[in-house]
Design a protein around this ligand. Structure first.
Ligand code: NAD
Length: 260
């Protein structure tokens, strides 16, 4: 089996990486950063996001295992003092997996469309002026939005930025995505729904505006500013990120430990 190690730059993560490399060598497990079967991340949930984007082109072939150098995260199951157990685990057949969908973002500008993906969420933000958005769900014109922007998240991303915006926590096995508003203007002239929307995976949200200048699109930790967007179509993709399951960890237990 070929494994890759993807660690963040923190000193502790780099120390854990050195220890792990040694243990993998002793166990005759091959390191291959180009074409790994398993990617071992060392850091936090943010490190997993970076690793997912790094291996996006081969996401169907790669499985992830997260080692957390802080507290246990949403995408990380192992702690640095469990490296021996982890190496033994890697030598066994990895048959139990969890798969979580990526968000599909089709961004069209200047007559060209780009297929982009996010694992937690995408946000559309305008820090400089009130952003106007026409929001369509499938063929239905839904609302005319004015405010800072919107966040559209996957089920696993629902505990991240989405939650800070007052969005609901979605159980990871539910095939849905969520749109939350970021500082919408609501008065006797402008009106938005005001509640987060939980949308089934087969539906598509389209965002259009007569003015998309200086709009920032974030995808997880990535961000880019655009001037000439024509429209953005967002839905849940049929591409997934695969994790090797260590044991049955209760999702609600994780939510409780993390937030309460
Ligand atoms: P980071 O690694 O510092 O992550 C930011 C925080 O989000 C960390 O505490 C991390 O543990 C947590 N996090 C990430 N994914 C999570 C998930 N699925 N469920 C629960 N918590 C999660 O920074 P980064 O590498 O730039 O991470 C990017 C992420 O940061 C974005 O995807 C977004 O979700 C999050 N973020 C949150 C806010 C906010 O809550 N106001 C603002 C910007 C970005």
């Amino acid at each position: 089996m070929k494994v890759a190690i993807y660690a963040n730059e923190r000193e502790h993560s780099q120390q854990v990486k050195e220890q792990l490399e040694l243990k993998l060598k002793e166990a005759h497990i091959e390191l291959d950063h180009e074409n790994p079967e398993i990617v071992l991340t060392i850091g936090g949930d943010g490190t997993v996001l970076h690793a997912v984007h790094h291996y996006l082109d081969q996401i169907e072939k790669v499985k992830f295992i997260g080692i957390h150098t802080g507290h246990l995260g949403y995408y990380t199951d192992w702690l640095p003092d469990e490296l021996d157990e982890l190496v033994q685990f890697l030598k066994q057949k990895q048959s139990r997996i969890s798969q979580y969908p990526l968000l599909s973002i089709m961004l069209c500008e200047d007559k060209t469309c780009h297929q982009l993906y996010a694992f937690n969420e995408m946000t559309l933000l305008n820090a400089f002026r009130t952003q106007h958005l026409n929001v369509t769900i499938d063929d239905l014109f839904f609302e005319s939005f004015r405010g800072t922007g919107v966040c559209i998240s996957t089920p696993t991303g629902s505990t991240a930025y989405n939650k800070s915006l007052g969005g609901a926590i979605i159980y990871p096995s539910l095939k849905a995505f969520q749109m939350t508003e970021i500082a919408s203007i609501n008065n006797n002239v402008f009106r938005t729904i005001g509640s987060p929307l939980i949308i089934p995976h087969e539906q598509v949200v389209t965002l259009k505006s007569e003015n998309f200048s200086d709009v920032t699109i974030t995808r997880d930790h990535l961000y880019e500013t655009y001037q000439n967007i024509e429209k953005i179509k967002v839905t849940l993709s049929n591409r997934h990120v695969t994790f090797v399951k260590r044991r049955d960890v209760s999702f609600w237990g994780r939510v409780k430990d993390h937030f309460l």
